[in-house]
Design a protein around this ligand. Structure first.
Ligand code: HEC
Length: 182
């Protein structure tokens, strides 16, 4: 073999090797598809905060900046949207009722007590039945202490978002934010 031919063969083998490595693993439904980015607290945009006086919690809702920039009224969320909802306990008065600030908003205790996420990627959702499937969304829960995955059933996440928000791309605050009056 001429040297150039050997080189070409090596390059081809190399390219094939790289392609094999880059081959994504086949998609299987489940929360393992969602990874909590280590820098989400620094990088993500908190676009909504919901006071829940009944549960005495404050829900902070974040979105990755790339998806935030791509939100459009009337449009489904862009692929790559990662929504993170991090709850805090409300500060309570002596009677156990939430204290309010000057704007009438509940006052959060510092720590997050729960983290829920939903993410949308092309082809996700394939494999769930129609009673559960939320388009191309997956759901997951993470530990607020160390960001590790929290095990447990997620069926209720799917059914509630499906029943209430199928026409809003399965989101509550994100759709409402993108379609807010301006
Ligand atoms: C009974 C209905 C219900 C269930 C069950 C539910 N959600 Fe939600 N979810 C909501 C509502 C309503 C909101 C809007 C915030 C609020 O008002 O609390 C929301 C908001 C969210 C958001 C913020 C983005 C958005 O759509 O506004 C994420 C992320 C989320 N939920 C994930 C989950 C996960 C993960 C689970 C399961 C562990 C879950 N949800 C279970 C009703 C539900």
């Amino acid at each position: 073999m001429k040297r150039s031919a050997i080189l070409a063969a090596m390059l081809l083998a190399g390219a094939a090797g790289t392609a094999a490595l880059a081959q994504p693993r086949p998609y299987v439904t489940g929360p393992q598809n969602i990874a909590l980015p280590s820098d989400w607290q620094q990088r993500f945009v908190r676009y909504s905060t919901v006071d829940n006086p009944t549960r005495k919690i404050i829900r902070n809702i974040f979105i990755n900046p790339e998806a935030f920039a791509a939100l459009r009224p009337g449009q489904p969320m862009p692929y790559g949207t990662l929504l993170i909802m991090a709850d805090q306990r409300a500060r309570l008065d002596a009677q156990g009722n939430p204290l309010l600030d000057a704007n009438g908003r509940m006052i959060p205790e510092p720590a997050f007590i729960a983290i829920a996420a939903q993410q949308k990627e092309p082809g996700w959702g394939e494999g769930y039945g129609p009673e559960q499937r939320n388009g191309e969304w997956e759901y997951a829960r993470f530990s607020p202490a160390d960001g590790s995955r929290v095990a447990g059933p997620l069926t209720a996440c799917f059914t509630c978002h499906l029943q209430a928000r199928a026409q809003q791309d399965f989101t509550f605050t994100t759709w409402d934010y993108a379609n807010r009056p301006r």
